[in-house]
Ligand binder design. Structure first.
Ligand SMILES: CCC[C@H](NC(C)=O)C(=O)O
Ligand SMILES: NC(=O)OP(=O)(O)O
Length: 317
């Protein structure tokens, strides 16, 4: 694997999931693989899980992880090529990315969307500039439209819990939020559920909240949340801002919040969320504190997902 930006960078999802589950059983079996190698982790946005789990994964492989909050600690970056830099930007991404490529063997970067310019976000302008100039493999820590480490984690979490011969019904449901959030996590979850191909996948959301069809793909779309949740084995809860009316919040209906009553029609479904979650806005306390929530072990699996990705890139170097 040369980079990890999307499910399209993964030759075999089942094989990568097995590698991750093997690391979960034997975390230190490849602790020399990354010896004398350095992972640079560049953040343009906040993070808890991605930052900490990827650092632990690097350590498990013997790698040194260097974390840089470039939005707070670095120079203001110019992302547009060919401009006269006489404004507020002090350094061009051409130099910044190339210099960091001199220091690191692998670069990992988080670049949230601006949610203003749909074209800039959906052409992945920012992360593609880093890929173009870094000169080393790049791992996405969540880009404008995708979050592949989270989605690999979610596949791992479903795979390790499902032991019935039939395909599980997995339902991703929109839920309200007080801020306009990216579509990256739901885009990515849909892309991986479709790419993995081992589940019956349904997406439910209010009218107008359709995701980019290139990500929702073959998923069944159901606008009636209760109908969608009938018989669900896994419920993946996530808010996202409107893709069609780009970056806007066009629905604030609190009845989309997931509570125990909402889950009555499911097949005793396990509840998933990438975190951070707004309690009692997105998911009710009674669900998050109940026996069916697996959001904490789901977050724990972030380490094994990152370790599998880093090891596959190191083996390719
Ligand atoms: C992993 C989630 C990161 C981000 N969440 C927030 C709150 O910005 C999102 O919804 O994409
Ligand atoms: N799920 C996830 O990526 O969490 P952070 O934004 O805290 O890294």
């Amino acid at each position: 694997m040369k980079q990890f930006i999307s499910v399209e960078d993964v030759p075999s999802v089942p094989r990568l999931v097995d590698i991750a589950l093997d690391y979960k059983k034997q975390p230190f079996k490849d602790k020399k693989l990354g010896e004398n190698k350095t992972l640079g982790m560049i953040f343009l946005n906040p993070s808890l899980r991605t930052r900490l789990s990827t650092q632990v994964a690097a350590k498990n492989l013997g790698m040194e992880a260097v974390v840089f909050n470039i939005d707070k600690e670095g120079w203001q970056l110019e992302m547009n090529d060919g401009v006269i830099m006489n404004g507020s930007t002090s350094e061009h991404v051409k130099e910044a990315a190339a210099v960091m490529g001199q220091y690191f063997d692998i670069m990992a970067i988080r670049t949230f969307p601006g949610l203003k310019d749909k074209e800039a976000d959906y052409t992945e302008k920012y992360i593609n500039q880093f890929i173009k100039y870094a000169g080393v493999p790049v791992v996405s820590l969540e880009s404008a439209t995708l979050h592949p480490l989270q989605s690999l984690t979610d596949v791992i979490t479903i795979k390790e819990r499902w032991n019935q011969p039939r395909r599980p019904k997995v339902v991703m449901t929109w839920a309200p939020h007080v801020k306009a959030l990216p579509q990256a996590v739901p885009n990515s979850f849909a892309q991986w559920m479709n790419g993995w191909g081992e589940v019956d996948f349904v997406i439910t959301h209010p009218h107008g909240y359709e995701l980019d069809p290139k990500f929702s793909g073959s998923a069944q779309i159901e606008y009636n949340q209760d109908k969608a949740l009938e018989g669900a084995d896994f419920v993946y809860v996530k808010n996202w801002s409107n893709y069609n009316d780009y970056g806007k919040i066009t629905c604030t209906d609190p009845s989309w919040m997931v509570d125990n009553a909402k889950l009555r029609g499911t097949n005793d479904a396990k509840i998933m969320h990438c975190l951070p979650v707004r309690r009692n806005v997105v998911i009710a306390d009674e669900v998050l504190d109940g026996p069916n929530s697996i959001v904490i072990p789901e977050a724990g699996n972030r380490v094994w997902a990152a370790q599998a990705v880093l090891s596959e890139i190191l083996k390719n170097k």
